[in-house]
Design a protein around this ligand. Structure first.
Ligand code: SF4
Length: 330
């Protein structure tokens, strides 16, 4: 076995402080299916060292759905898409606080409030800040918000209200992004990630795998997130939505998805790596293997699509010898 394909040796070197190179990351994505379990094992070495067997549960709340001015090719919430989804205006602070209470009852570590749209209007921000202040005062749960593009002042306002983390995905490589969206740029997205971090919030930023990007694009995304110092990396596995521009995109294979998750783990050994939207459809019976790589997941579904459900998620976690991560130090 040559050094580049001795996956456990590579993982041990990362544990000892080495950083994976782009060439090594690409080699993971090009590895044959017969090496899949060895790759998962290599990722598990890092996952177990940094996170044990805990799985952080996140509950996502779609606080405003549809009618978005942007034209992201994968998204059913874009006004340009004709997908039949629920469309509604911003939920009230009362509804958002109640959602946090329910998430806490599910042992969720983090409650993620998401609004479709380019960025928050002043009134939206005021509602979010009110909800964040009340959640912080009443419920022991971390708060993440995902409200689109932000200014530095908006980021500071959210942080001052108690928002712990801001989500803004880079989605794919800088080079490929123009194929996906024409109404804003990858640089716009990076700028928001940077202002969120500069305001003192943790940065949650990841992407969607399977949009037609190359393996090199996936590596570029993983390294861009490392440069952006992302604390949490959601890896969505593309689940094509009807009547979007990417409705007919060929599905991502389960082995391909797992290799990509492994690559993200080796690039981000001690950061939260989340197996996110699309895991049920894409991974099928291999879904449980993602737990050996990722240390967190969403439960109760995603923005416009359901998941397999909280009880099935917990049964999968405990059945494989993992456990729901404790909610600590909140
Ligand atoms: S991903 Fe966000 S910004 Fe893009 S169309 Fe969907 S809701 Fe709008």
């Amino acid at each position: 076995m040559n050094p580049q394909t001795d996956w456990l040796a590579l993982s041990r070197s990362i544990l000892d402080g080495a950083a994976i190179t782009r060439a090594q990351a690409l080699a993971i994505l090009n590895a044959p299916d017969d090496e899949l379990l060895t790759l998962v094992d290599a990722a598990f070495l890092l996952r177990r060292h940094h996170f044990g067997r805990g799985v952080g549960l996140h509950v996502i709340r779609n606080a405003r759905s549809g009618h978005c001015s942007e034209d992201c090719a994968y998204c059913s919430q874009s006004a340009a898409a004709g997908t039949p989804i629920a469309r509604y205006t911003l939920q009230t602070a009362d509804q958002l606080v109640e959602g946090a209470r329910v998430a806490h009852q599910m042992q969720a570590k983090r409650y993620c409030i998401v609004t479709g749209g380019r960025g928050p209007a002043t009134t939206d921000l005021a509602t979010m800040c009110e909800a964040a202040r009340r959640i912080k005062a009443e419920i022991p749960i971390e708060i993440c918000t995902s409200l689109g593009l932000l200014t530095a002042a908006q980021a500071r306002e959210l942080h001052a209200a108690g928002v712990d983390r801001y989500n803004h995905n880079l989605e794919t490589s800088a080079q490929y992004y123009a194929q996906i969206c024409t109404t804003h740029t990858w640089s716009d997205r990076l700028a928001t990630a940077q202002v969120a971090k500069a305001a003192g919030m943790d940065l949650c930023s990841g992407g969607i795998i399977g949009l037609g990007e190359s393996r090199e694009d996936r590596v570029e995304l993983a390294f861009a997130l490392r440069e952006a110092d992302a604390d949490s990396i959601p890896v969505n596995l593309f689940n094509p939505r009807p009547n979007t521009r990417l409705a007919n995109q060929p599905p991502l294979g389960a082995a391909d998805a797992l290799r990509t998750l492994v690559m993200f783990r080796l690039v981000h050994p001690n950061r939260e790596v989340r197996v996110a939207g699309g895991r049920e459809q894409c991974l099928g019976p291999l879904q449980v293997l993602a737990l050996y790589v990722a240390d967190s997941m969403f439960t109760t579904g995603y923005l416009t699509t359901p998941g397999q459900g909280y009880e099935a998620d917990v049964a999968m976690i405990t059945g494989a010898g993992f456990h729901v991560a404790e909610v600590e130090n909140i």
